[in-house]
Write a protein that binds this ligand. Structure first.
Ligand code: ATP
Ligand code: MG
Length: 420
């Protein structure tokens, strides 16, 4: 019997796995430069946290969660997103009692029982950032900028930013009622009709073409905003413009949770087919209260690492994938005594800050040199019995095939000089 990774999941293996590591780092780098601290929360939480914090009427909670009962009879869910956990951690540790906003970033696996397809997986990775406890258009603009800088840092040029506002407690109810009235008159299936009553904004986000076709004349939230929301949104937009970030106003962009307020945004890439969203976020002023905390107006985003890699591939940024150098130096010992000495030498090189590997298993010169070639190393160190007697080693430049003899005691310094 042989096993395969579960449906909708896959393994990252070298050399691609190196790209994924680099993407996580690059997406997080701008937030770290802006003073966001790292937070790591458990991969699973009480089911009720997500039910309340993400919302019962969302796709995530209604059909995508991995939920199970643990041996102690608790209902546990593998996290489908990061925000609810971060807010829970902030409240639990009282971080909101210190200086506000609390700025945090995270990087981790998420789990959603989705219809698996390219760019839509059951186990995927997000990098996220959240700023909690401040209502300030500059904070919304900062987060949007940090995400845009993350994509730019990877060399991506085809990421487009869509921006919208969802209004607030004052103006949203009026809009919600107008939208419901419009939606009730449409020809929709039972489940969607039910959604009109619970969470009408979510209907605007329906991806089916037959639904989208009917939404053409739907009322827009921009036409229902109160003065404060209008001013807030204008300020976010003008800060983005002043910072040189290109964006498109998308009055149809929604996040369908009731506590999402004001700024909402999404990053899309046109090289990804229907799974075009590479990241998204917005303001969620009501979330803390939904999970039993005080009022804590907050804004954040989550960027999809897997789709970002697909976007890089679509832009041809991963072309030289196989050319990667795994190590700088590769040891080729010939004989038992040489193997022992090489083991020590390779250890010395690594401790000196170089990357180094050596031939393992009883391989002859030819097999070991093949390993050196595959490792991508610039230099091979060939150590035979005669070299040992002379306390020397043959340093071979694998790009020019040029070979020089160097004293064993000096080889680490010589190699360090070559790579500095
Ligand atoms: P979609 O509309 O594509 O389902 P979403 O609104 O559910 O996306 P968010 O919850 O906002 O997505 O998550 C932020 C980002 O995480 C998305 O923009 C996307 O890049 C990524 N993402 C979400 N779900 C998946 C998934 N199942 N597989 C891979 N990446 C995902
Ligand atoms: Mg989704």
């Amino acid at each position: 019997m042989s096993f395969q990774a579960p449906k909708g999941t896959f393994d990252w293996i070298p050399p691609r796995s190196e790209r994924v590591l680099a993407i996580r780092e690059a997406l997080a780098a701008p937030a770290r430069r802006a003073g966001y601290g790292y937070v790591e929360t458990p991969v699973f939480e009480d089911t009720a946290l997500f039910a309340r914090g993400v919302g019962e009427s969302t796709d995530i909670v209604s059909k995508e969660m991995y939920t199970f009962t643990d041996k102690g009879g608790r209902s546990i869910t593998l996290r489908p997103e990061g925000t609810a956990s971060v807010v829970r951690a902030v409240l639990q540790h009282g971080l909101h009692n210190g200086q506000l906003p609390v700025k945090l970033w995270y990087s981790g696996s998420q789990f959603r029982y989705e219809r698996a397809q390219k760019g839509r997986y059951r186990h995927f990775w997000q990098v996220g950032a959240e700023a909690l406890g401040a209502e300030d258009p500059a904070l919304d603009a900062e987060l949007i900028l940090l995400a845009a800088d993350g994509y730019a840092g990877l060399g991506l040029t085809g990421v487009r930013l869509l921006v919208n506002t969802l209004g607030c407690k004052e103006c949203r109810p009026g809009y919600r009622a107008a939208l419901q009235e419009f939606l009730r008159a449409l020809d929709l299936d039972e489940a969607t009709r039910a959604r009109i009553e619970i969470n009408p904004l979510r209907v605007l986000d329906d991806k089916r073409p037959e639904v989208q076709a009917q939404l053409a004349g739907a009322p827009m939230v921009v036409d229902h905003l109160c003065g404060a929301c209008k001013a807030y949104h204008e300020e976010v937009r003008s800060l983005l413009t002043a910072s040189g970030v290109a964006f498109t106003d998308d009055p149809r962009l929604v996040r369908g949770l009731d506590y999402y307020t004001r700024t909402t945004f999404e990053f899309v890439h046109d090289g990804l087919g229907s799974q075009s969203a590479v990241g998204g976020g917005g303001r969620y002023d009501g979330l803390s209260e939904m999970i039993g905390g005080p009022s804590l107006p907050s804004v954040g985003w989550a960027l999809g690492v897997d789709r970002t890699l697909l976007a890089m591939e679509a832009e041809g940024l991963l072309a030289d994938e196989s050319a990667g150098e795994r190590v700088q130096v590769y040891g080729v010992p010939l004989g038992e005594e040489a193997r022992r000495r090489m083991f020590l030498l390779v250890t010395e090189l690594r401790r000196a800050g170089l990357t180094a590997d050596m031939s393992f298993g009883a391989k002859g010169l030819k097999g070991a040199m093949k390993g050196a070639g595959r490792s991508g190393a610039r230099y091979a160190l060939v150590l035979g019995e005669r070299d040992l007697a002379a306390q020397a080693v043959q340093l071979k430049d694998l790009t020019t095939a040029e070979q020089t003899e160097v004293p064993l005691a000096e080889v680490a310094d010589i190699l360090k000089g070559k790579f500095s």
